[in-house]
Write a protein that binds this ligand. Structure first.
Ligand code: ADP
Length: 184
């Protein structure tokens, strides 16, 4: 059974690798970004509330994402493992997740930090051209990452859960490193 949390700056390749590993392990890929984007497209109430924040590159309020993660992890298809991508993104979310995983008795195996230098991140995001990938919004997402998400590296390192994977290599190289990690 595999349970992984993917950390990493926007553009680090979390989404791509998380999806790949989830397919490989036949477990759900739980991406808060994907769930929120779907809600925006469907004009669901969650999407209407989240859009403003996403368009600016700010974090969506904790209460919205925390509720959706709780619901998603309680789903029956998530009882045999999962890969979390994009959650947690700040300390409050990490602490919420800690107690949720304790409560449902599903400890994560590793928190993977996909490590990529800043200049490569910006270049990659400009290339993928999502609607929230304009230069100004990208700059704000990186700032939000540095201020709110990167402290989680220390948080999980203290809990002896952190695995650092070099994200600045060919895609297959990253995947091979991840496969080696979960086979440990
Ligand atoms: P990226 O990591 O490339 O920035 P994501 O798809 O993970 O892209 O997230 C896109 C946007 O969705 C974020 O900029 C943020 O507004 C929102 N979002 C995703 N996950 C969270 C979360 N855990 N907490 C708050 N906002 C989130």
């Amino acid at each position: 059974m595999t349970r992984l949390i993917f950390l990493g700056a926007p553009g680090a390749g979390k989404g791509t690798q998380a999806k790949l590993m989830a397919n490989l392990c036949s477990i759900p890929h739980v991406s808060t970004g994907d769930i929120l984007r779907t809600a925006v497209t469907n004009q669901a109430s969650l999407g209407l509330q989240a859009k403003l924040y996403m368009d600016r590159g700010d974090l969506v309020p904790d209460q919205l994402v925390v509720a959706l993660i709780q619901e998603r992890l309680n789903n029956h298809d998530a009882q045999e493992g999962w890969i979390l991508d994009g959650f947690p993104r700040n300390l409050a979310q990490a602490e919420f997740l800690d107690s949720l995983l304790n409560e449902i008795d599903q400890p994560c195996d590793y928190v993977v930090n996909l490590d990529v230098p800043d200049d490569i991140l910006v270049q990659r995001m400009l290339e993928r051209g999502r609607t929230d990938d304009t230069e100004e919004v990208i700059r704000n997402r990186l700032k939000v990452y540095r201020e709110q998400t990167s402290p989680l590296i220390d948080f999980y390192s203290k809990r002896k859960k952190l695995a650092i994977v070099n994200g600045d290599q060919l895609m297959d190289g990253v995947t091979d490193d991840l496969k080696r990690l979960i086979q440990r």
